[in-house]
Design a protein around this ligand. Structure first.
Ligand code: DON
Length: 304
């Protein structure tokens, strides 16, 4: 398969695409993003890599970090995790509070904000140095020792994080948060602030395409069964109230972030990351979804 040519074909096709969307503005640090950035990066099972556009520039991964924190917490506490957070698609926006009240403070899944906040609470309980341990975990998966939290983004989100404050306080009232709410939320904002390039992202998620093994170190991160669980959660919950649409159009497990990044994996074949900061009304990269739809259509690669 000539992936380089396919990337060019996608890029040509996207020239006429005018639903570019809006950069996220509810986090002031993200409002400065350039909507014209666009990158695609593919890592294959054989270790071949293909790049197109802005693939080396780090951007805010935001909710994509929720998959990595979920994996880390799952490794630490195993199936006990599912007592604190569910595995059902929410069908609601990533920051919706509605279900959380009538479901007694147990978030529907770990990829909506409430679920990711519970995961942060678990990590804080389990780890002596959660910030250092987590970034070390991400660096090892990516093979890039320079990956960092971006304090400015975390601080900017904290300043207007009213809804996330509402989530954590509601969950605390139901007894589903063990630690101090400010401590947990600060950690959550830092995880969202991590910056990675398309290249870093595609490499980082490769272990989920390889049955749980990090191809860079050959170390097992998850068992094959655990990998199935994470990939199924991505497929059903990775795009919130657009998860059905993403499966319908792209057909792969994936995860988006309001920084405009999307990463998706095709088991035993490849991991692909795209970046385009313009978001649709569901908070997912508009052009990013379109690019992946064209990619899986041309390559006829999807899990169905
Ligand atoms: O908590 C928030 O709202 C953001 N830090 C992350 C949201 C996000 O990325 C949703 N994804 N598309």
């Amino acid at each position: 398969m000539n992936y380089q040519e396919i990337f060019q074909e996608i890029s040509n096709e996207l020239k006429g695409f005018d639903e570019i969307g809006q950069v996220a503005t509810y986090i002031p640090a993200l409002a400065k993003g350039n909507p014209n950035k666009f990158g695609m990066y593919l890592v294959t099972e054989e270790g071949h890599e293909y790049a197109h556009g802005d693939t080396e520039e780090p951007f805010s991964i935001q909710s994509i970090s929720k998959v990595l924190s979920l994996v880390y917490a799952f490794k630490l506490v195993g199936t006990d995790l599912w007592k604190r957070v569910g595995v059902e698609p929410s069908g609601s926006p990533f920051n919706s509070l509605v279900q959380l009240e009538y479901e007694q403070g147990i978030p529907r899944n770990p990829l909506i904000n409430a679920g990711a906040i519970v995961i942060c609470d678990i990590l804080i309980s389990q780890l002596e140095n959660p910030y250092d341990d987590f970034i070390r975990f991400v660096r090892e998966l990516s093979g890039n020792p320079n990956i960092q939290y971006r304090e400015e983004t975390a601080a900017s989100e904290k300043e207007c994080g009213y809804k996330n404050n509402a989530h954590i306080n509601l969950m605390k009232s139901f007894g589903n948060i063990d630690n101090d709410v400010e401590q947990v939320l600060d950690f959550y904002f830092y995880l969202c602030s991590i910056e990675m390039s398309c290249k870093d992202l595609a490499q980082t998620f490769m272990f989920l395409a390889r049955g749980g093994k990090n191809p860079l170190t050959n170390k097992r991160v998850l068992t094959a069964q655990e990998t199935k669980r994470i990939n199924s959660i991505m497929l059903l919950c990775g795009f919130y109230d657009e998860a059905g649409e993403f499966a319908f159009k792209v057909g792969l497990p994936g995860k988006s972030g309001v920084g405009g990044g999307i990463v998706a994996i095709y088991p035993d074949q490849y991991s692909i990351a795209v970046w385009s900061p313009g978001l649709n009304s569901k908070g997912n990269s508009s052009k990013g979804i379109k690019a992946l739809e064209i990619f899986t259509t041309i390559t006829q690669s999807n899990v169905f």
